[in-house]
Design a protein around this ligand. Structure first.
Ligand SMILES: NC(=O)c1ccc[n+]([C@@H]2O[C@H](COP(=O)([O-])OP(=O)(O)OC[C@H]3O[C@@H](n4cnc5c(N)ncnc54)[C@H](O)[C@@H]3O)[C@@H](O)[C@H]2O)c1
Length: 418
């Protein structure tokens, strides 16, 4: 089998420090190598090359190649040493490298969300049609063991016909105010960055039926107001008692605080490059909480209760599926799946709990990133070609729902038909 020689476009946290780390850990088992990196910020290339080279040593990989670095995505995609392209740029910059990568005929992975604008998403799907090449979308919830188990149970008829779904997601994620995500034009907002995963779960669970309409309320929290006296970055500020000071965040250890120690982040001058922008610094235009209801063509309803603030808790993200004969409840943080079933026409009930942590549960995204690499491996070698777990049409569908959610919030809860 041919070695998968990966070029990463977007040498930031996701591409190099999270996925890159997993690629190195799985390099021998899946025969992967990182051969090239691209970033518009050249210091990011140096930082990432140092990081990946050091990780390769830790894992005793005998990579006998230099990692090529370039600021031009075309050079990486044209490079014959690259046969698989991972696109992990800022979301508003997904389009151009994705179109170019699809046209190259090489294997393409695009991280979620598909784009900021619907126009960009349509252009990606049009390019797939024109080139006959397709991509895998990085909706990582689909690779997490507990969510997959819920999906399998639902499909096997364990709780009868699906009627309702609910996701509760209250995750302390101030980084959306501290990074480039704080500008909707770059990210589509925290809704696009985070809730794109969650509405995709609704779509995935519900199968082929499409979302018809949305009613949503939400907005920007009152306790993080803009302050004209705010410093640009935490590193320029002496207030060590600030509850939002970067590095105080619970998720930082998991999500790569170490990037703050790297030159390109340490000396960041722009919102796009900074990972420790003061949460009060003016210019953030994102929605940070929402309650939304989605109605599907097949009559199924889904409800979202979401905020990026709140204390850390074990039930910070849960999924509940209600069927005609039972319920399934997933608790993401513990990997527990609880099933309650009605038997013999309401005469009897049965309840059981499954522990679905799996081998890689302590790894990033509760093991999903490693499963994702396994899917990339299988798909690359045509073991599951044409059937990626999530594709561009899932990306488009999720984005349509995000746009409708924002429209409904901006219309003070008006019903938006898709
Ligand atoms: N699947 C998941 O669960 C998951 C998790 C985190 C991030 N993401 C997605 O990954 C993407 C990157 O996020 P991140 O957290 O790594 O951000 P980041 O800022 O750490 O990295 C993005 C990098 O892309 C570079 N870049 C921007 N435009 C470019 C272009 N045209 N060509 C080359 N490089 C370019 C930036 O300079 C930056 O270094 C986003 O779309 C984000 O939503 C997905």
């Amino acid at each position: 089998m041919e070695t998968i020689r990966i070029g990463i476009v977007g040498a930031g946290e996701r591409g190099c420090y999270v996925l890159g780390s997993r690629i190195i850990e799985m390099a021998q088992e899946l025969d992967l190598r990182i051969t090239a990196l691209c970033d518009i910020n050249s210091q990011r290339i140096t930082d990432a090359t140092d990081y990946l080279t050091s990780q390769a040593k830790v894992h005793q990989l005998t990579w006998d190649h230099e990692i090529m670095g370039t600021t031009d995505y075309r050079a990486i995609i044209d490079n014959p040493q690259v046969n698989a392209v991972l696109i992990t740029t800022h979301t508003d910059n997904h389009l151009e490298p994705t179109l170019y990568a699809l046209a190259s005929g090489k294997f393409v992975y695009l991280d979620k969300p598909i784009s900021v604008t619907l126009d960009d998403a349509h252009r990606i799907l049009d390019q797939e049609k024109a080139t006959g090449n397709t991509l895998i979308m990085g909706f990582t919830r689909r690779y997490e063991g507990s969510w997959r188990k819920a999906y399998e149970l639902l499909r096997s008829g364990e709780i009868g016909e699906l009627q309702m779904m609910q996701i509760h997601s209250v995750i302390p994620y101030m980084r959306y105010y501290q990074m480039w995500h704080r500008v909707s034009a770059f990210s589509g907002g925290a809704l696009n960055d985070k809730v794109s995963h969650l509405v995709d779960v609704f779509n995935w669970m519900n199968g082929a039926s499409r979302c018809q309409s949305v009613v949503a309320m939400g907005g920007r929290s009152t306790f993080i107001p803009e302050r004209t006296d705010a410093p640009f970055r935490c590193s320029e500020c002496d207030d060590t008692s600030c509850p939002y000071r970067r590095k105080c965040q619970i998720d930082d250890d998991k999500e790569g605080t170490h990037v703050l120690e790297r030159e390109s982040w340490k000396h960041a001058k722009t919102i796009r490059d900074s990972a420790d922008t003061c949460v009060y610094y003016p210019g953030a235009d994102i929605i940070d909480h929402a309650i939304a209801t989605y109605q599907y063509e097949n009559g199924v309803k889904a409800s979202l209760f979401w905020a990026i603030y709140g204390p850390h808790a074990h039930d910070q993200e849960t999924l509940e599926l209600v069927g005609s004969r039972g319920r399934i409840m997933v608790e993401r943080e513990t990997g527990q799946v609880r099933v309650m079933r009605i038997l013999d026409g309401y005469q009897k009930e049965e309840a059981y709990t499954l522990e679905v942590q799996g081998e890689y549960f302590s790894s990033s995204h509760y093991g999903a990133d490693i499963q994702l690499l396994k899917e990339i491996h299988a798909s690359f070698h045509a073991l599951s070609k044409g059937n990626p777990t999530a594709d561009s049409s899932d990306g488009l569908e999720s984005l349509r729902m995000i746009h409708a959610t924002v429209e409904s919030i901006e219309g003070d809860g008006k019903r938006v038909t898709l």
